[in-house]
Design a protein around this ligand. Sequence first.
Ligand SMILES: NC(=O)C1=CN([C@@H]2O[C@H](COP(=O)(O)OP(=O)(O)OC[C@H]3O[C@@H](n4cnc5c(N)ncnc54)[C@H](O)[C@@H]3O)[C@@H](O)[C@H]2O)C=CC1
Ligand SMILES: O=C([O-])CC(=O)C(=O)O
Length: 261
Amino acid sequence: MKLGLIGCGNIGKFLLQAINKDELLPGGKIRSIYTRRKESTSQLAKEFDAEFYGDIESLLNSDIDLVIEVATIEAAEEYALKVLKAGKDLLLSSIGVMADATFEEKAGELCRKNKVSVFLPSGAIGGLDILKSAKAVNGLKSVSLTTRKPPNALREAVSLGKETVLFEGSAAEAIKQFPRNINVAIVLSLAGLGVENTKVTIIADPNIVKNNHLIEAWGSFGKLKLEIENDPMPNNPKTSYLAALSILATLQNKERIVQIG
Ligand SMILES: NC(=O)C1=CN([C@@H]2O[C@H](COP(=O)(O)OP(=O)(O)OC[C@H]3O[C@@H](n4cnc5c(N)ncnc54)[C@H](O)[C@@H]3O)[C@@H](O)[C@H]2O)C=CC1
Ligand SMILES: O=C([O-])CC(=O)C(=O)O
């Protein structure tokens, strides 16, 4: 698998180490990287035997077949469709971009036309397999997500003395107000009841140090209650380590003949 990266912060560096150094994706290599930070990324690219490109067109013209976006929703909005137009598969970490139905439709059209795919990792949560199974017979009735993070992992590091509910509403509204923090709500919506019908609560809790996500759902299958207590990435408390792991796992799974789940 010949891979390109858009963005190279915490998750990007994790992938460089895991794939190019630790060889955790057999036959896979990150060959090309695009960010807007020429100095620091060129240095990183050299260290991990990849090529730095200062513009997206050059990245897309390089010898890669799948692009991993690990930047921001804004970057995903700007570049995702270009990736598909260029005939490359796309893996998105900023899944919030898919909350926009028009964007999702355009991406689908390009995938069909160019015979490419979009991969959406489960990110910092789990339980998507259960929602998908429940939905198979339209038997899913309710899905909610309660995200609880330390204040420094939320927004522009809110400073609060006590537990505070910052948001209650739909996943569609949550991602508008918290584009850096709640991509998980959108992947949950896509697997389940959609962005308008997935309920989200975001709590800043000064008494915790981990990123906590509680998923509750019910339907004709029964009831689901799944709580994840995520260790944060060492250099970015906003991002859970599991989000980075899930990208690597998605790439590993793509190569498997026996598909699990
Ligand atoms: N699906 C999920 O569960 C989760 C998804 N995420 C998504 O992953 C993204 C990356 O996370 P981290 O690596 O921790 O963030 P980070 O802030 O450490 O790194 C982001 C990188 O993207 C680059 N970047 C920003 N805008 C860009 C642009 N327009 N063009 C090119 N590069 C650009 C930055 O220079 C930086 O290198 C987050 O912004 C978030 O959207 C994060 C956590 C969980
Ligand atoms: O990493 C997490 O816990 C969740 C997150 O930031 C997101 O979904 O954007």
